[in-house]
Design a protein around this ligand. Sequence first.
Ligand code: PLP
Length: 650
Amino acid sequence: MTPSKASTNKYDWTTKDSSILYGLDRWGKDYFSINESGNILITPKDDKSKGIDLLVLLKELEGRNLKLPLLVRFDDILENRLDKIHQAFGEAISKYKYQNHYQGVFPIKCNQQRQVVEKIITYGQKWKFGLEAGSKAELLIALSLIDDPMALLICNGYKDMKYIETAILARQLGKKPVVVIEQFEEVERIIAASKKLGADPLIGIRAKLSSQSSGRWGSSTGESSKFGLSMPDIVKAIKKLKDANLLQELKLLHFHLGSQINDIAILKDALQEAGHIYIELNRFGAPMGYLDVGGGLGVDYDGSKTASAASTNYSLQNYANDVVANIQECCESHDVKVPTLISESGRAISSHYSILIFNVLGSNSTPLDIPKKEQEESLPVQNLRETLNSLLNIVKTDEIDFQKLQEAWNDALKFKDDALTAFRLGYLNLTERALAEQITLKCAYTLATFISDKDDAWIPKELKELNMVLSETYYANLSIFRSAPDTWAIEQLFPVMPIHRLDEKPTRLGHFADLTCDSDGRLAKFINNGQSKDLLELHQLKPKEDYWIGVFLSGAYQEVMGNLHNLFGTTNAVHIRLTDNGGYQVEHVIRGASKADVLKAMEHEPQRLLEKLRMTSEKAIQDGQLKINDAQRLMDHIENSLRQSTYLQD
Ligand code: PLP
């Protein structure tokens, strides 16, 4: 989008326009909208009459010294996501008269934060919702947090003897851990651990399906995937378990197609394949009872409802229906009792509840008000002024002659080049070079504004690319490596948009550069209804006014995968709960890492660093290079700074 001539006036623009522009009416409809003040409104529950104005909330949090960047977690949304998954499976089960139930687990790897896992366990109690662990450390979390003896604890990931023994002992403790065989070698370990402890684990087996998911994680699935047993290995494993008298404990079949399944057709294939493996395992004599369809339930990040990377061509209800219907059909046709259905949905549960908000520190925008000519100017600058004037005249007459416009733009580029050459050869001073660049930008802006509401089909390619010339860099108080690592690592798209000024037309196009000294530290790909775009529509910054941006649907994986690049640590995080009277309550505050924290994480001892500095400044005082007052001021700055956030704060 380029700024439109018709609506540069803020009053022509409505919040509805912003909702369409940022795709909010597509990806946000369950929880996010825009209120009459032009701010994002959060409606975390199904009752849409109760909402929280995000800007007002942030201002009030700021009053509690919780500055941006900030992770705001809406616990009601987390609860609502769990409700929605259970509702969807509940509906599918009654629609198909499925003779068993759904009992999900949350994969801890998706967000290991204590408050998050605890909340999921608390909200999920009524459904005996469990946890999935992918490592020994995650197993510890699961063992200590799950109290319900019926809630499942799915033990995935590579397993050594200690992992397996812990699971066996936990079963004796009254928990329900299922040791899922992911590697053939684990069969021997399970047998050995059972013999050693004189007790058996509940056993599951993960199958390597031939059905391969599409999308980002597609290549990590299928027959050559890292985890799971091939069909020959499954047959061998069953024989070994039988010989060791452990087949009676094999109760669960698991598969995982990869995260963010974009295309439902792939899931259907996988379900049919898994359904038949389940039946075969029954035939081999295993007393099966559970089918675990893994994770992969996708999030429609751009709301396009397509099979593209940032979307899904199915709804939660379609997903549940397909799981239930396909497994039912398989089992019925072979007279096998239908299993309890498990899913390990992480992304679909924890993405929506968390919003990362950051403030913009400034932008590199060039002022477009051109100074009047006050003295004789060089030829390139004179030519540029003439080109701009003729462009302004064309635009005034509203004459649509793309050839003329194209010629004028070509002229502007040529004269700007002349100005650069003249500067390089020493014939043009810096002020005139700056003026030449400014006039060229004004030409681009005038053209872009003019063509923005014209029929795209007729606009020459060069003119369409004007947006790139006009794009601005907005400097973000954020480290994408810490807070949105997937945008860098796998080019994942999240909905990113201003959280206020949404009743005002955004007249700029830009991308974000983060605080790290890394040229990759950018947010420069944005959702675009099934595609992506390099520039986002943004508002012109106003002097001394905040401009706050939200990264939405970012509650899964981001916090966990973030790293300490440039020593930017965790941001502050708050948990917000809606109250009955329509207000809110701050349930938890989790302070972000201080500079001392991140230094310690790298084995630097802050006290030692301080002491070294103190000694250096003492010497500078002795040598007469530093006054005592200044030395003390320096030490005070550093000592205070160690206790403070790693981000910019005034
Ligand atoms: N289960 C397993 C075995 C996984 O590897 C993963 C993540 O890739 C998940 C569950 C969670 O997947 P998702 O977040 O797509 O639901």
